[in-house]
Structure formats: C-alpha cells, structure tokens
Ligand binder design. Structure first.
Ligand code: SAH
Length: 341
C-alpha cells in the first residue's frame, strides 16, 4: 500500500530520503531486533501489506517463526508471493534454524492464541490506518494478550508535513487511507497511556527521516516507539484458551543450512570465473545440477553494484530457464550452462 510516497511528496522540495524512508524504517526494525534485543525467535508483523519487511526479517538466521498478518486480501496475495521460499533459500540457506512463515488474514484488534510466546511485534505505519474502535482494542491484544518482549510501532509525524510541498497549507494527510496523523506530543500521550495500563512495559522514542537543519524543530518524518517488557521472565500467564480468529492464508517452511552452502564456503568467489554448484537433497526430490558461468566475472552481472553476491547468485538461478545448453555428466547429473553475457 505504501511505497516511496514520502519521496514523491517531497518532490519540488529540498527533502530527499536516501535510502527511501520505508527502507530506513525496515532497517531500523532489523537493527533493533538483531542488535538491541536478545532471544527473538518468533516475530509477528501486523499490517504486513505486501510483506516487504519480511525480506529483512528472514535474514535473521535464528528466528524460527514469522507471522505476517493483514486484513486486506489483495495485499495478502502479494504477501504470499513475497514470503514464498525461492530456489535461493533452498540452495544457499544460511539459517541456524528452519523458519516457519504463516500468512494470516486477521485484525490487530483480534486475539489469536497462535501468537502465544511471540517475542516481538512490529506495526510499521499501521496505527494511522486504524479506525477509532480498532485503535482502542489494539493495546489490549498486543500488550495485554500477546505480551511480547518488544513492540515496535512507527507512524507519521504530522509536524514534518510542512516540508512536503503537496501537503503544505492543506489539511491533507500523507495517504488517503490515514485516519489521523499525530504530532510528537499526541503520539507520546498515546504511548504513555499504554504504559500506564500495562505497567510491565516502558518505551523509548526514536525516528527516521531527519529534517533539514533549518527545520530541525519539526522532528523526524517517521516517529517510532520501541516498547519493552521489563520483566525478563517469559510470560507466565500462558494463554490457555484456544482462539483461532485469524484465517491462515498460506504457510511456508524455510530449511536450515543446506549442504551446498557448506561446500561453497571453500570457494573464493570473486576469483573464480567459472562457478560449479551442486545442489544436494531437499524436499522429496534428489536433484543436482551445475551452473557454469561462461565468460563470467561477477562484475559483469546486472546490478552487482552494491547488491549482495548472494542475490546475484539468485539471479543466476532464476535464469536457469534461459539456459542455452544442457547435458548430463558421467554421474547422470544434468549440467546447465548459462551464458549470461
Ligand atoms: N507495514 C506495511 C504497510 C503499512 S500500510 C509497510 O510498512 O509498508 C497499513 C496496512 O495495515 C495495510 O496493508 C492495511 O491493509 C493494514 N491494516 C489496516 N487495518 C488493519 C487491521 N485492523 N489489522 C491488520 N492490518 C490492518
């Protein structure tokens, strides 16, 4: 639902978000979960939309379950596409543990006992889309029922809107579906009401999208609250009732480390002009194939600039369908030659 609209709104002004603000939000979430939290094994992303945050979350190699939840069918359809494992995930998996992904249709206002023992909840640009009744029910589900160790909530800071030429001097909000946008003070009041009602939590505020120096008093473009449960103990009041309010849309299993990855550790990638990759057994099929990279240097591939090598290799795999030549070697293993040039 949301892409690079902040940069679009800023066109004609001096404000440029680079990387785009939505990427900065996801990166902050990733950094908090990986560097400022411990023992995060289960994460639920409410208002996941097309599942873009998932691309980052799946890089957390010790996370065992991710729930992606939204109430919009069209977004969920794209989310299923986004969260489905790729050949890359089977071939080059670097996971310490297997990952289960559940995509659910549901509302953040509804309880569901399948989120019991979830450690982290993310709500990225969600609350401003909620109607008053849903917003009111939200804290009870997140802080009263699920009781995770950490909750990350992001929302627009309306004070920043003066820097968007398209919104300046209008009462327009950043997105047609926003029910409100809050000042820093309003967001703070809401956060305070949460910790008052759920005193085992405290919060800190941060943000992404710094204003230009001469507007420093407007604050970050996106305001962010990070709530933490202080009791170190795991939730003692286990959820005993089984309530299954969410509808499962799809479920995926990502494998942990695959054999191929271990073989690849011995290859000095950038100095190897020809890659030969064997894929081991997975799923219910035994398949092997080789990829020879003819005339290839890694730098000749599309988009290598700044793109992790692993993603370039994914590109190689996706091009298997364009193979120019196939043969079977002495062990009966098909070898696929791809000329990428
Ligand atoms: N988190 C995403 C999308 C934000 S847009 C991102 O950062 O890009 C807000 C999303 O919340 C939409 O996909 C919308 O369908 C979803 N949403 C709205 N009301 C909801 C509710 N009650 N429960 C769960 N999701 C909801």
């Amino acid at each position: 639902m949301k892409t690079e609209e902040e940069n679009e709104m800023a066109s004609g002004s001096d404000v440029v978000f680079s990387p785009p603000l939505y990427i900065q939000r996801y990166q902050l979430v990733f950094d908090v979960l990986t560097q400022k939290c411990q023992n995060i094994h289960k994460i639920a992303d409410f208002g996941c939309a097309e599942g873009k945050l998932f691309r980052r979350l799946k890089r957390m190699t010790n996370v065992e379950e991710i729930a992606l939840i939204d109430c919009d069918d069209y977004s969920l359809e794209m989310c299923v596409h986004e969260s489905r494992p790729l050949p890359y995930d089977f071939l080059f998996a670097e996971r310490d543990v297997p990952l289960k992904v559940n995509v659910y249709k549901g509302s953040v206002a509804q309880n569901d006992s399948r989120l019991e023992n979830f450690d982290a909840i993310t709500c990225i640009e969600l609350i401003e889309h909620l109607t008053a009744d849903v917003l009111q029910a939200f804290p009870d589900n997140i802080f009263g029922y699920i009781r995770p160790k950490v909750v990350i909530i992001t929302t627009p800071n309306i004070e920043y809107n003066v820097l968007f030429p398209q919104l300046k001097n209008t009462s327009q909000l950043r997105h047609y579906d926003h029910k409100f946008e809050w000042t820093r003070h309003e967001f703070d009041n809401w956060c305070q009401s949460i910790v008052k009602n759920y005193p085992e939590y405290s919060y800190e505020k941060t943000g992404v999208g710094e204003p230009p120096e001469q507007y420093s008093d407007v604050g970050f473009c996106t305001q962010i609250a990070i709530f933490r449960r202080h009791s170190d103990t795991d939730s003692t009041d286990d959820i005993t009732d089984k309530c299954l309010n969410y509808k499962i849309v799809d479920t995926f299993d990502y494998p942990k480390n695959t054999r191929i990855h271990k073989e690849m550790e011995f290859v000095d990638w950038p100095s190897v002009p020809i890659l030969h990759i064997h894929r081991g057994r997975f799923g219910d099929k035994t398949e092997s194939f080789g990829v020879k990279w003819i005339n290839g240097e890694l730098s000749t591939l599309d988009g290598l600039n700044g793109v992790p090598l692993s993603e370039v290799l994914l590109d190689v795999m996706l091009r298997l369908g364009e193979a120019t030549q196939n043969e079977v070697n002495e062990r009966g293993v098909p070898e696929v030659y791809i000329d990428l040039l």
